[in-house]
Design a protein. Structure first.
Length: 177
């Protein structure tokens, strides 16, 4: 797949702007209309590439947006909104998530980075690292956590992705849920 065209057109955009600027300076200094037309063609191609990238929404982009939306729900301690991202066929997963989230009061949650994304047909897997800070509701322990989360996803009939399974671990402390 052409990732620079479908997911991140930053490099082609930067290259196009640089080449167009150089050509426009050359056209201005030499008073050459042919070079100016070539520069305008480079600008048009660059705009076309960036527009194409913005119009194409890949599965990776959809899942990435979902992960950041989930981080916002975690930050707001909105368990039902998180449950809305879980597949109805995976009710045990929703119950497990509610039990785990009920133990904590989250103050902040940020996605640190996405380690891996793979999709095959109607299923996908995303591995990412988050950073969060909060406290236990009953124990009173406070602190930060840096969990590694792996989500197993399935595409629904409405083309949305829903969580079908997940695991949370912290390689530093050795726990895994």
């Amino acid at each position: 797949m052409i990732h620079w065209l479908t997911e991140d057109a930053f490099v082609p955009m930067l290259t196009g702007i640089f080449v167009a600027a150089v050509l426009l300076l050359m056209a201005w200094s030499a008073r050459n209309k042919v070079v100016m037309y070539v520069a305008l063609l480079v600008v048009a191609v660059t705009v076309g590439i960036v527009t194409t990238e913005m119009l194409i929404v890949t599965d990776r982009e959809t899942v990435t947006d979902m992960i950041y939306e989930l981080a916002g729900h975690v930050r707001a301690n909105d368990v039902e909104a998180i449950a809305g991202h879980i597949s109805p066929a995976a009710s045990g997963i929703a119950d497990r998530m509610r039990a785990q989230m009920g133990r904590f009061k989250i103050e902040s949650c940020t996605i640190v980075g996405i380690n891996a994304f793979s999709s095959e047909g109607e299923t996908a897997s995303v591995d990412f690292v988050a950073w969060g800070q909060g406290s236990e509701r009953r124990g009173g322990l406070e602190g930060a956590a840096n969990p590694r989360v792996i989500l197993e996803l399935r595409k629904q009939e409405d083309e949305s992705w829903k969580i079908f399974g997940y695991s949370v671990s912290n390689p530093r402390s050795g726990y895994s849920l």
